[in-house]
Ligand binder design. Structure first.
Ligand SMILES: Cc1ncc(COP(=O)(O)OP(=O)(O)O)c(N)n1
Ligand SMILES: Cc1nc(C(=O)O)sc1CCOP(=O)(O)O
Length: 505
């Protein structure tokens, strides 16, 4: 591996479209938009224009093999995007190569856009169903449109859940079914994830308003390439899908109103404008629906909203130690205490906090007790929002903070209009298992960019060394556990973290 490499690499394995709309050309343009290096294997030289596809001319696998042998010397992939594969021989070659690459890199992700799995523009590739099913066994993410999904599974009438179930029986654990090819006002994409060992299915849906354009040639290739580029950068699939959907929306808006000419989909740039991001559907119904935003974070006494340093502690003892240190916000996060002790703990926490009128006390998880004892606020995790009575919380006037871990969860929670949104983990942390969900400062900035006026709290691995970098992103608050609770002197650590905060708020 070349140690000087500073960008991820995506290999695209697809056909050449001489009209420039689809295939390799679209893939390269897309991957570069995400600041990812792209390498290309051309599987077939097609003869087509925007109207018709005449022939698919497979490239000899001897050439593909030579290209492979040279590229693995210095351009190993972090992700592979597969588009058109022209023959069974190519498929079996590809399966062997992917297995080799995966043996050396367990994090390698393979995205397959099953274009031409059956026919393209009336021209049939030589690929058999049998070979395709073998290919599925090395694919991590499948991105069919509705027509492809129906053809590949034989399941029709928009039964997306059944289609995803069927793909999972083929060995595909992540399927994104694109809903763009319908006449509905909104284009809904469905993401499915099947987790071992019981093949449990989780589903998410995201939607964008339909744009009136025919500049969509190569849209499917661009979609899968964007997903592969984002996965190569370490995004979770749900976040990669959210950003990809915004990227597609932005590209189509660039040609809004241009119809009756099948133009090339326009790859623009990394999406940042809040208005082009998709609507994220709740993954299950809420117990109750709040009818207005949650109470704002007014200061108890003087109405100043700034949040500053936000310690998160797990006991009354820590509250007693920290409350005298002139904090603006603090959280009691008690885990693994018997139910019968919680009432007294939360009652005591609120009683203590009431002696510090400028310190807002949030209670983690135990929303009924927080309402009962009139705490200042409640903090809920992403899963908790489906179990809590959100309408009751909102009507009680208590403030609500919600945890999020990435752009997908952030947009979902933002729609509920809570009092604040937390985003984490910014850096690796030993306090909680956040494997695969480390945001880094780049994601944090991206999320702040699309946030509304709801305050944003950053959490996870933040300490005296990196706090300034986090504040520089213009977050409203920084939440910390061990930077205070495991400091040599918690008073000194709190003072220094507060001093850093004061430079920015
Ligand atoms: C400010 C803040 N942000 C995030 C969390 C984490 O909350 P949650 O996702 O509910 O996870 P647990 O705390 O239950 O592990 C938090 N507590 N505070
Ligand atoms: C409790 C918690 N929630 C997180 C999230 O990302 O939701 S990260 C985290 C741990 C924060 O602890 P420390 O400051 O010691 O890293």
């Amino acid at each position: 591996m070349n140690m000087n490499k500073n960008k991820p690499i995506v290999w695209t394995i697809s056909g050449h479209d001489p009209s420039g709309g689809a295939g390799i050309a679209a893939d390269l343009r897309t991957i570069h938009c995400f600041a990812v290096e792209a390498c290309a294997f051309i599987t077939a030289n097609t003869v087509q224009n925007s109207e018709e596809l005449l022939t698919i001319n497979p490239v000899d696998i001897k050439i593909l093999e030579q290209q492979y042998q040279l590229l693995i010397e210095d351009k190993l992939p972090d992700a592979i995007k597969i588009g058109m594969v022209a023959t069974d021989e190519q498929i079996y070659w590809l399966i062997e190569k992917i297995a080799e690459l995966k043996a050396d890199n367990v994090n390698l992700v393979v995205v397959y856009d099953p274009v031409a799995a059956a026919t393209v523009g009336g021209v049939t590739t030589e690929v058999t169903k049998d070979a395709l099913h073998h290919l599925f066994s090395v694919i991590d993410v499948l991105t069919p449109n509705m027509t492809e999904a129906e053809k590949l599974t034989g399941i029709y009438l928009g039964a997306v859940d059944d289609i995803a179930d069927k793909f999972s029986t083929f060995g595909i654990n992540n399927t994104v079914i694109k809903g763009g090819h319908t006449d509905e006002e909104f284009c809904v994409d469905y993401g499915y994830q099947f987790s071992e060992p019981k093949q449990l299915r989780s589903k998410y849906s995201i939607s964008s308003e339909r744009i009136n354009t025919d500049y969509t040639h190569g849209g499917g290739c661009s979609f899968a390439s964007a997903i592969a580029a984002l996965l190569s950068k370490g995004y979770l699939l749900r976040d990669a899908l959210t950003i990809t959907k915004a990227f597609m929306q932005q590209g189509m808006i660039a040609n809004d109103g241009r119809i009756q000419y099948y133009g090339a989909f326009e790859q623009t740039e990394l999406p940042t404008k809040p208005s082009i991001f998709p609507q994220i559907e709740l993954t299950q119904p809420l117990l109750s629906y709040p009818t207005s935003p949650f109470a704002e974070l007014g200061m108890k006494r003087d109405g100043n909203q700034s949040l500053g340093l936000y310690p998160v502690v797990d006991s009354i003892e820590w509250l007693e130690k920290l409350l005298p240190l002139e904090l603006t916000i603090i959280q009691l996060r008690v885990k693994n205490k018997p139910e019968n002790e919680l009432d007294a703990i939360i009652e005591r926490a609120v009683e203590l906090a009431n002696n510090y009128p400028n310190t807002r006390l949030f209670i983690n998880d135990h929303w009924q007790l927080a309402i009962k004892h009139r705490a200042y606020g409640i903090h809920l995790g992403q899963e908790d929002i489906y179990q809590a009575d959100l309408a009751k919380i909102q009507q009680s006037g208590i403030r609500l903070g919600i945890s999020t871990h990435g752009i997908y969860e952030f947009l979902l929670a933002q729609q509920l209009k809570p009092s604040y949104l937390a985003i984490g983990a910014i850096f690796p942390t030993k306090t909680k298992d956040m494997t695969g969900q480390i945001q880094g400062l780049t994601n944090l900035k991206q999320i702040l960019n699309i946030s509304t006026d709801i305050p944003v709290v950053a959490i996870g691995g933040i300490n005296l060394t990196n706090a300034s970098d986090v504040w520089s992103t213009s977050v409203d608050s920084i939440a910390v556990v061990t930077a205070i609770t495991q400091a040599e002197c918690y008073i000194e650590a709190t003072k220094r973290l507060k001093a850093i905060a004061n430079n920015y708020i």
